[in-house]
Design a protein around this ligand. Structure first.
Ligand code: GDP
Length: 240
């Protein structure tokens, strides 16, 4: 059984099957990883109105601080320091945008959104962040997909639920797709990994509609598991 494979979440009474991962990377996976590798920094913004208005499909990465978001972005793009800017003091509350695709013909953007839930952040800053995040998820027209990083040992916290509630209408009507990566899965044994997947599927079942496109996958940057599958999902979102 290959637990790294992203599973579609249809509804909780109809758990998706877990199909085996191919022994060697498929052409699809190579193409998707090659595309992800083209990611390069475009711009940073501390407010929504500073984001460029673009027609390019945008995929946003979100998660609690320390969930493994920067590591996941670096692993997916096979670049050591791409998401490093987001960690620079003073930049932690910024939205960082990356171009993907051919050099002179970008075909998508990744948006690295500020991590949330960091205890040391003052209440005012937290509330401000929450508003920026809620607005971004509600109004960013070019947003086509959301990748939510959840620490596989912690599961969904209250802030993760709140984030999902911000985007639930757009996930429900199918205009924004959702992939949940259960990060640091190398720290779990098989039983724990199955339990983490089951918990995530139960949470995400609440978002399931006929239009919704929701997936969940175990992910380990350390073991490089779930990486090719996640890349394929993201590639598919912008190259339907
Ligand atoms: P962020 O705050 O969400 O961007 O989280 P980071 O990417 O900085 O990761 C937080 C911590 O988790 C760091 O100490 C990482 O080394 C660790 N981490 C991230 N991904 C993995 C993983 O796949 N396996 C393990 N064991 N640790 C990881």
């Amino acid at each position: 059984m290959a637990l790294g494979k992203p599973m579609a979440v249809k509804n909780s009474s109809n758990p998706a099957k877990i199909s085996p991962v191919a022994a060697s990377p498929s052409d699809d996976e190579k193409r998707a990883l090659g595309w992800a590798h083209t990611a390069r920094f475009r711009t940073t913004a501390s407010q929504l109105d500073q984001l460029p208005q673009t027609e390019l499909p945008e995929i946003a990465f979100v998660g609690r601080s320390n969930a493994g978001k920067s590591t996941a972005i670096n692993t997916l793009t096979q670049q050591k320091r791409l998401a490093f800017a987001s960690k620079t003091p003073g930049r932690t509350q910024h939205i960082n945008l990356f171009d993907l695709g051919p050099k002179l013909a970008a075909d998508a953007l990744f948006a690295d959104l500020p991590g949330y839930g960091y205890a040391a952040v003052a209440r005012g800053a937290k509330l401000r962040w929450q508003q920026v995040m809620a607005d971004y998820l509600a109004v960013r027209r070019s947003l086509v997909g959301l990748v939510l990083m959840i620490d596989s040992r912690l599961g969904f916290t209250e802030l993760d639920h709140r984030l999902l509630s911000f985007v639930a209408p757009r996930v429900g009507n199918g205009s924004v797709k959702l992939l949940v990566l259960l990060t640091k899965s190398d720290k779990l044994n098989r039983t724990e990994a199955s339990a983490a997947l089951a918990q995530a599927q139960a949470v995400l079942g609440a978002l399931a509609t006929d239009e919704a496109d929701v997936g969940v996958s175990l992910f380990s940057a350390l073991k490089k598991s779930g990486v090719g599958d996640a890349a394929r999902v993201l590639y598919g979102w912008v190259h339907p």
